[in-house]
Design a protein around this ligand. Structure first.
Ligand code: SF4
Length: 360
């Protein structure tokens, strides 16, 4: 297949593996902070292919997984409000809240609709003027510009029955929080390709400089990931800590300036609650004052009685890279993709789902 086969070429893979083998002298922990990378690594068998000294750790790269339990419970409260239509991406449906899930509430009669774009949610609001339409905005810097654009359209078009429950999160503050916590030793970051198309490399350069940790923005094909690993090992060997781009066909150092402008027009940084990591300062986005009429958190009275994570689920530790899914007693027994116990098994980008599908 043109433009794909080149990135899965056996000869190129063998060459990269030889270079990695030559550089892999010390035990090295490399963390990917992108759910798409997690899936790509497992799907292509890279984890097993690498020398034993190179340990790939999955971090908090799945947006559904890092959404705090309290936010899931607030979404469920919103869904039960009379006259409300909840719109969301499909991954959110099965995520278990403290008492229920969006899927269960839909079965119980709540109007919860899966959309493929926030534009679809706005269209529903246009067509159902007598109903309140709430979009559950979960995602990183990649999806946030589209939400910003749609919220801006809603304001300009005076579509007052459209609002956003905003759980957007920013990746670089989470990377810094992991390093500050020092729970595990991370020698280098495989940085997310999609997020970096928006933010560029400057936020990673700050992390690389402050923590002396090499960062490489990677593409998603096997040779992309292997080349990124080689680049990280080269930096470690040369005692450098820079923010480099492997995924040059999509990412520029400055990122996407139009998308960054759209983000800062509509959103401002805010403290955000992450599953497993707790509240991280300025690691989320909230709507600016002029968009508050479209902020579901302000528009609706969202009260949640009690919110807690399932006791035996280790998602929090899995997201911090401290434990892997096979160390969870529920993995592949009680907790499966059909009957997920925690969000890391629900999402198509979740670490537990990746282990279940490719690494059992
Ligand atoms: S296997 Fe299931 S219960 Fe265990 S950490 Fe993963 S999602 Fe949570």
């Amino acid at each position: 297949m043109k433009y794909i086969d080149e990135f899965r070429d056996r000869t190129i893979v063998k060459g990269l593996m030889a270079e990695i083998g030559a550089l892999a002298k010390l035990k090295t922990n490399l963390m990917e902070v992108c759910g798409t990378h997690t899936m790509a690594i497992f799907r292509s068998g890279i984890k097993q292919l690498l020398p034993a000294k190179i340990n790939l750790i999955s971090g908090p790269g799945c947006p559904v997984c890092v959404t705090a339990q309290a936010d899931i419970d607030r979404m469920l409260t919103l869904a039960k409000l009379p006259g409300v239509i909840i719109t969301t991406f499909g991954d959110m449906l099965k995520v278990p809240g403290t008492q229920s899930s969006l899927e269960k509430e839909r079965a119980a009669g709540c109007d919860i609709r899966v959309v493929y774009s926030p534009l679809d949610a706005l269209e529903i609001a246009r067509q159902e003027r007598s109903r309140e339409v709430i979009f559950l905005a979960v995602g990183f810097e990649t999806t946030a510009p589209a939400i910003a654009s749609v919220t801006s359209d809603a304001r300009a078009g005076r579509i007052k029955n459209f609002s956003v429950y905003c759980c957007h999160k920013l990746i670089p503050p989470a990377m810094a929080a992991l390093l500050e916590a020092k729970e595990i030793r991370i020698h280098g970051f495989i940085c997310p390709g999609h997020v970096s198309t928006i933010i560029g490399t400057r936020p990673y350069a700050l992390i690389a400089e402050e923590f002396r940790i090499p960062c490489v923005v990677s593409g998603f094909e096997p040779t992309d990931i292997l080349e990124s690993i080689r680049m990280l090992l080269q930096q470690i060997r040369q005692k450098r800590a820079d923010a480099e781009i492997q995924y040059r066909r999509a990412v520029r150092p400055e990122g996407n300036l139009s998308a960054q402008q759209a983000l800062s027009d509509v959103f401002m940084p805010s403290d955000a609650d992450w599953r497993g990591l707790g509240v991280i300062p300025k690691s989320g986005l909230k709507l600016r004052e002029q968009y508050q009429a479209h902020d579901a958190e302000i528009k609706f009275d969202i009260k949640v009685e009690e919110s807690f994570e399932a006791k035996q689920c280790l998602c929090g530790q899995v997201l911090r890279g401290v434990k892997n899914p096979s160390q969870c007693r529920l993995f592949a027994t009680v907790c499966t993709p059909e009957q997920p116990y925690g969000p890391c098994m629900v999402s198509t980008e979740g670490t537990c789902a990746a282990w279940y599908k490719y690494h059992r």
